[in-house]
Design a protein around this ligand. Structure first.
Ligand code: UTP
Length: 461
C-alpha cells in the first residue's frame, strides 16, 4: 500500500484501497506536493459507502415504473386567477414565501465557460439571467412590501465565480441579507465498472449531485429550520435557465396554498405528441414527473374527448414546496434516489495523456428534485401559457438557445404592450424590465409615465 506521512492521511489511503480504488494513485510518483495534497483533499470528500452502493447499482435495471395517468390541466384566468393572485400576494406581504434558484449545473450543452446565470440574455439591454432574476426579486419585494428571501444554489465548481459576480454587481441592488448562497455536494464520476474516473494524473472527476441536491444543501445550511422559524411556509423553486419564469408568481402560490399542497408544479401545454418534454402525470394516485420516453407512442398520441393530448402537462421545473413537507422528509431521513447519466468526459489514459472520447466513458450520478413529487400528500399541477412563462436556455443554437430565448422575451414584451393598447411594430425589439412591470396588467398601469418611442429599432422599458 502507498505510504503517506501522517496517520489521518494513511487511513484515507487505506480506505481507498479497501474500496478497490487504488488506481487513483497510479501517477503518485509524478505528482508535486501540492498535487498530492489536492488528490488527498478530493478523496477526503468521497463518501466511500455511498460510492460502493452507487457502483453496485450501475448494472441493475430499475424495476419498470407502474402505469401513469395524464392530468387534465387547464389554465386559470379571469376572476378565479385574480382570487388566487390576491391570496398569493397576501402570503408574500406577510413574508411567508422565499425563493430558490438552482444554478449549480454544468451547462455543458450551452458551452458557456462561466456560471449559466451570468449569460447575457435580455434582448435590448443584454442583462444576464441573474440580473433579470435579481430585478424580479426586488420588484416583487417592493410590491409586496416585504423582502422575498432569495437562495442561490451553486456547485463546488461555480460557487466562487457566482458569488464574485453578485458581489461585483452589488447584488443588482438587493441587500446582502436577502441573498444567500448554498453549495450542493459533489459526487465522484466513475467508469462503467464503478472505478473513480481520473481527469488528470492527480485529479478525480467529480460532478454536482443534480438539482435534487437542493434539499441536502438547504438542510446543511440549516435554511429550512431558519425559514420556518421566521414564519416562511412556502419555497418557490426555479431553474437558472428560464428568464420568463415569474418568480414567486402570486397566482401559483395562491393555488398551492388554497389546496394545502405539499408540492406544486407549473406545467405548460404539450400540443405536439412528439415533443421531447418531461410530463407531470399521476402514478398510483401520486404526482410524478415522467420522461416522454417512458410512454409508448400510442400513449404519447392518445387524446381525450376534447381532442387534447391525455399526457399534456409539460413540466417547467417550476415548483412550490411546503417547507413543513421538506422538514418532514428530513426528519424521516429521506434521501433522494440517484439516477445514472452516461457522458463523455476527459479522462487520463495509462500513458498520462488526457483525452475526451467520442463515446460516453463516464457515469454521473445525479438526484432530481422532481422525485419528491410522489412523496407529497397533495400536489397541484398549475397550467400556464408557454409564451408567458417558459423558454429555457439550454443549447448553443437551435431550440432553447440564446436566439429563441431573446425572441421569447421580445415577443412577450410586445404582447404586454399590445394588451395595453399600444400598436407594436414587428421590426422593433422590445424589452420590459421587471423593475418597470412584472406582468401585463402592471405595464398597462404604468404606461402613461413611460416613453414609448423606439430608438435604433429597440425599445427598452
Ligand atoms: P439541466 O439539467 O438543464 O443541466 O439543469 P445544465 O447543467 O444546466 O445543462 P447541461 O445538461 O449540462 O447542458 C436544470 C437546472 O438544474 C440546475 C441547473 O443549473 C439548471 O438550473 N442544476 C443541475 C443544478 O443546480 N445542479 C445540478 O447538479 C444540476
Amino acid at each position: 500500500m502507498l505510504k503517506v506521512p501522517g496517520e489521518v492521511d494513511q487511513i484515507l489511503v487505506a480506505k481507498t484501497y479497501e474500496a478497490g480504488q487504488e488506481h487513483v494513485f497510479d501517477f503518485w510518483e509524478e505528482l508535486s506536493e501540492a498535487e498530492r495534497a489536492g488528490l488527498l483533499d478530493q478523496l477526503r470528500s468521497v463518501d466511500f459507502q455511498l460510492l460502493g452502493r452507487l457502483a453496485k447499482s450501475i448494472d441493475i435495471e430499475p424495476p419498470p415504473p407502474g402505469a401513469a395517468q395524464g392530468i387534465p390541466t387547464e389554465p386559470v384566468s379571469g376572476d378565479r386567477r385574480r382570487e388566487l393572485e390576491a391570496r398569493g400576494w397576501e402570503a408574500l406581504r406577510q413574508g411567508k414565501v422565499a425563493c430558490v434558484v438552482v444554478a449549480g449545473g454544468q451547462g455543458t450543452r450551452l458551452g458557456w465557460d462561466h456560471p449559466k446565470g451570468t449569460f447575457e440574455v435580455s434582448p435590448v439591454q443584454n442583462k444576464s439571467l441573474f440580473q433579470l432574476f435579481a430585478e424580479q426579486v426586488a420588484a416583487t419585494s417592493r410590491r409586496a412590501g416585504a423582502p422575498l428571501p432569495w437562495y442561490v444554489l451553486t456547485s463546488q465548481q461555480n460557487r466562487a465565480e457566482t458569488e464574485a459576480y453578485f458581489e461585483r454587481h452589488e447584488r443588482f441592488g438587493l441587500p446582502a441579507e436577502q441573498v444567500t448562497f448554498l453549495v450542493q455536494r459533489e459526487v465522484p464520476t466513475v467508469d462503467a465498472r464503478g472505478k473513480l474516473l481520473m481527469t488528470g494524473k492527480g485529479e478525480l472527476a467529480m460532478n454536482p449531485d443534480g438539482h435534487g441536491g437542493t434539499l441536502r444543501a438547504l438542510r446543511e445550511a440549516r435554511a429550512i429550520q431558519d425559514l420556518l422559524a421566521r414564519g416562511v411556509e412556502t419555497l418557490f423553486y426555479f431553474q437558472v435557465d428560464n428568464p420568463l419564469c415569474r418568480i414567486a408568481d402570486p397566482a401559483f402560490i395562491g393555488a398551492h396554498l388554497e389546496a394545502g399542497a405539499e408540492a406544486s408544479t407549473k406545467v405548460v401545454r404539450k400540443v405536439d405528441p412528439s415533443e421531447k418534454i418531461g410530463l407531470v402525470a399521476e402514478r398510483g394516485g401520486r404526482a410524478a414527473v415522467i420522461e416522454y420516453s417512458e410512454l409508448s407512442r400510442a400513449e404519447q398520441e392518445r387524446r381525450d374527448e376534447s381532442g387534447q393530448l391525455v399526457f399534456r402537462a409539460g413540466n417547467t421545473a417550476i415548483h412550490a414546496w411546503s417547507l413543513a413537507f421538506f422538514q418532514r422528509l428530513i426528519d424521516a431521513g429521506y434521501e433522494l434516489p440517484y439516477h445514472i447519466a452516461r457522458k463523455a468526459v476527459p479522462q487520463v489514459g495509462p500513458d498520462g495523456t488526457v483525452e475526451t472520447p467520442a463515446e460516453p466513458n463516464a457515469i454521473k450520478f445525479e438526484t432530481f428534485i422532481f422525485d419528491l413529487l410522489p412523496e407529497a400528500e397533495t400536489h397541484v399541477a398549475f397550467e400556464v401559457e408557454r409564451a408567458e412563462e417558459f423558454e429555457p436556455l439550454k443549447n448553443k443554437s437551435g431550440p432553447y438557445s440564446p436566439e429563441t430565448v431573446r425572441r421569447a422575451q421580445r415577443d412577450r414584451a410586445a404582447a404586454w404592450l399590445a394588451a395595453a393598447g399600444v400598436k407594436t411594430d414587428p421590426a422593433v425589439t422590445y424589452e420590459v424590465s421587471p423593475l418597470t412591470a412584472l406582468d401585463a396588467a402592471e405595464l398597462a398601469e404604468r404606461l402613461p409615465e413611460l416613453d414609448l418611442t423606439p430608438r435604433d429599432g429597440a425599445l427598452a422599458l
